[in-house]
Design a protein around this ligand. Structure first.
Ligand code: TXA
Ligand code: MG
Length: 344
């Protein structure tokens, strides 16, 4: 199958790309679409055959459910039954963070085919803020299943060329809107009543909506990553997600780096600052700096998968990653780095 890339830059290009994407989706075809987090591989969520094709293109195991995208609260209610005891908290989170990079795990309605949720009685739902994604879902008028547009276990794509690297020849259409503005997959939460005014917010995957932001609305409970091979309660907790092909070591201090003679090491640096103690440790085969200068975590998040992909393709034997501060979106970056390190 030939994979076509449609550029959606100018207003006319956007209009024509949106029309084409929506009609492909209605016909049951797959389309890779930009979101503010990462590119998603979209299919009509109510079409089990199209959703099966998503699993196939991604080589995703059948036990790992798909995220469903909606256009807002009204469409949310067609796919999820919000329990009365958490409704107020869920609606507060929605009014604060939707449209945006926050995904809820909620009890599903019968409108969601079992293949989407891998047989679970819950569904992960989000509402993207990306203008092109928003226009496509509005035109389709129905929920879209759209996991990240990469092969299973690999790094998420934050550009159309990264989608091409991952899925070329496996899908018919990619809509190219340039780089994703957040660069990190959405925050995933499950809200639970606590018996007190503030609910529990279980953080299933850290992301651009940070713990600091969620804290205002509930008591945030962070889960532990599962070791490889262990069966997850929530599939998003798999520790082997988000891995480059090259092995990756996440350092906690510069002295942890013990090079082996003859091996080529690449460096993923946070700020590229000598005073941090990492950048001058070794004659690196290649260096990528996430946020040059004083270091800003949102900038580091935007560049993260892009930089990781570059290092993965540079011919190094091992990628050495410098830690980033675990606050704000830094928690999500460290989470992806730990999972990448756990995969080898
Ligand atoms: O930002 C994002 O969320 C991107 C964009 C494209 O929307 N999507 C994304 O999808 O990251 P995906 O499939 O790569 O990651 C979603 C995670 C998976 O780890 C999946 O296991 C988990 O959400 N998930 C899906 N449904 C779930 C459910 N019912 N319960 C628990 N985890 C679930
Ligand atoms: Mg993914």
């Amino acid at each position: 199958m030939e994979t076509v890339i449609l550029e959606a830059g100018s207003p006319e290009q956007i209009r024509s790309a949106v029309t084409q994407a929506a009609s492909s989706l209605r016909r049951g075809e797959l389309v890779a679409l930009p979101t503010e987090t990462v590119y998603g591989l979209a299919a009509c969520a109510s079409n089990p055959e199209a959703c099966a094709a998503v699993f196939e293109a991604k080589e995703r195991p059948g036990f790992d459910p798909l995220i469903v995208h909606v256009s807002g609260k009204e469409m949310l209610e067609t796919v999820a039954d919000i329990p009365a005891e958490t409704a107020e908290a869920v609606h507060r989170l929605i009014s604060e963070f939707w449209p945006g990079p926050l995904t809820f795990v909620l009890p599903k309605t019968s409108a969601v085919p079992d293949i989407v949720t891998a047989g679970l009685d819950t569904v992960a739902v989000r509402c993207s803020n990306h203008p092109v994604f928003k226009a496509v879902i509005k035109e389709v008028g129905a929920p879209l299943a759209a996991p990240s547009a990469n092969r299973f276990g690999s790094i998420s794509p934050t550009s159309s060329s990264a989608v091409m690297t991952e899925l070329s020849g496996r899908i018919p259409l990619i809509i190219d809107s340039g780089a994703c503005s957040d660069g990190m997959e959405s925050t995933i939460v499950r809200v639970e009543a606590s018996g007190k005014p503030k609910p529990f917010i279980h953080l299933l995957r850290p992301g651009p909506v940070t713990v600091e932001m969620l804290k205002k609305i509930g008591k945030v409970i962070t889960g532990k990553l599962l070791p490889p091979g262990e069966k997850p309660e929530a599939p998003g907790q798999l520790s082997t997600h988000y891995a480059p092909q090259t092995s990756l070591q996440l350092l906690t201090k510069p002295a942890d780096f013990k090079p082996v003679a003859g091996r080529r090491y690449a460096m993923l640096s946070y700020r590229g600052q000598p005073k941090d103690g990492y950048i001058d440790l070794h004659p690196w085969h290649k260096v990528e700096i996430l946020s040059p200068g004083s270091g800003k975590l949102p900038e580091a998040a935007v560049r993260f998968f892009f930089a990781l992909r570059k290092l993965d393709e540079c011919g190094a034997d091992t990628i050495i990653a410098e830690p980033v501060p675990e606050r704000g979106v830094g928690l999500a970056i460290q989470d992806r780095l730990r999972r990448a390190a756990a995969s080898h």
